[in-house]
Design a protein around this ligand. Sequence first.
Ligand SMILES: Cc1ncc(C[n+]2csc(CCOP(=O)(O)OP(=O)(O)O)c2C)c(N)n1
Length: 617
Amino acid sequence: MMNDIPEDITLYEKIKTCGMSELELLAEELRDELIDDVAKTGGHLASNLGTVELTVALHRVFDSPKDKIIWDVGHQAYIHKMITGRREQMGSLRQLGGLSGFPKRRESEHDAYDSGHSGTSISAALGYAAARDIKGEDNEVIAVIGDGAMTGGVAFEALNAAGSSHTSLIVVLNDNAMSISPNVGGLARHLQRVRRAGGYLKFKSGVKKALKESPKFLKKLSSARDALKYALLPGAVFEELGFKYFGPVDGHDLEALCAIFESVKKLDRPVLIHCITKKGKGFAPAEANPEKYHGVGPFDPKTADDVTVRDPQTWSEVFGKLILERAFADKRICAVTPSMIEGTGLSSMKQQLPDRVFDAGIAEQHAVSFAAGLALSGLRPVVAVYSTFLQRAYDQVLTEVCLQKLPVVFAVDRAGVVGADGETHQGIYDIGFLSGMPNMTILSPRDDQELASMLDYALALDGPCAIRYPRGRAPRGVRNENSKSYVPAPQCFRDGMDVVFLSDGGSLPQVLDAASLLESRRVSCAVWDLKQLKPLPEHFLSYCFSHWHAVVTVEDGSVANGVGARIAARQKDCRVLNIGWPDAFIEQGSVSQLRKIYGLDAAGIALKTVRFLEDKA
Ligand SMILES: Cc1ncc(C[n+]2csc(CCOP(=O)(O)OP(=O)(O)O)c2C)c(N)n1
């Protein structure tokens, strides 16, 4: 069909040179290929299906890598990867050693900014634009941000700064009305009103009209009635912040997108182009259920059936059931989550007790301060959040929750290495940063029953408590009939003479297997589950240091500032080895592959221990 285009030119060049109807066909071809690729590897399917035309149009009009395209979150940049020379490698997406599921500067000069966490694209773009101005260069800078990501405080901070910067900067707002779940908040409502009003900006003429109107129109506002009318106009909120607003634009109409992008090129001011897209576009199951297809494992593209064996019960599911039961029993209990209702297991509670579940938007800082307010008013908030995203709220946890010793429970999901999402998503820093917070208690359950006991314990505490548990399958434990009287004291799982392992709950299965391996090599190992990682059990540690010559700590977290490092700092005469993830960024791969590479599987732990015991110096 691409009759005018020589076969051997790259996709990138084709996009720049072909006719509009070929461009449309090309977009469809890429969409089909994307579905087949993601069906094999898993990934952020629905978000990428929604940005096919947007991405093709951006590359048609702008000149990457000279022009900088910055993807917010970066989970929607698959088509960008295909266009910029990585089409053949899509089969390796999110695999060990393969393409990242997010933009990575080391992968391509077309990836202007490494991302993974949301809301930062406008700030980074403004930085690029300011540097361009200082250096006297003339490239374009474009931030592509979703309506979900726009709910984060950092995105508002950037809009505030960019709007008054008078510099040339293009923000493309990809509005599909969805975060992972339906988007929330006042801005989402404003955008919804614009969408419902219907009608898309008709390119060229519309752009010219919009450009003419802006300043004069504002001056013309004389009466309160006019001002009110203006406030209801699409994009008024962005105009007030200093952006020239264009939209809404049909985000699947390639011709319209190209025309608008072309028209705003070289405008000497910040502009915002409001594109309306459909999450999951072009794949019926994803259009019907964009939440499910936001992030998927491998599936059959014909039947849409999941082809991976599902974990029988995940930690998130266990937490979801437990919090719902507790909330029914105690009216003070409520859940807060920064846009992770589904991922943290809160969907049932949201359905059954909608008034007691708060989706804060992708706004971790707000979620934590909001929970602080709930706690001060006598409620018992549980903030359900992934370890990696809790990083965003470090200060609120420290200087608001911990300083005021507020009874806020943090259900820290995806703690430890998470796998395919790679560096930006590994939950290996929370032990380190939470340990430095006075008044904080940190708990680490080993199975579903212990999560129940720990949740009850945390809900009864007179201060903040973080319960951290990994991604994936939760082992089944023995039911504790007395869960209300539970105390998280260290528990012995195995006795031995030569060395004692002190483990967190997440590493316990590997540690017990390592102890068995070592036993077969005549190394007699004791294994204790610490359960509580802060405060540390001082008496018990003194006992360990006097009873064994060698202590090995194992944790599913970074060794830098981890629980092991704190234990090692307390010893006097005893040798201590800390095993955990190295003080580095951990790449993508399956959790078992990564455990093997970094010596955190049973064999690796056994080997490190043997070397440590042999090295008596
Ligand atoms: C700080 C932070 N919190 C949470 C997430 C998890 N997350 C990834 S994508 C996403 C939804 C993004 O919605 P939107 O920007 O509208 O993009 P869409 O997927 O709808 O295209 C969320 C909550 C994240 N990446 N970063």
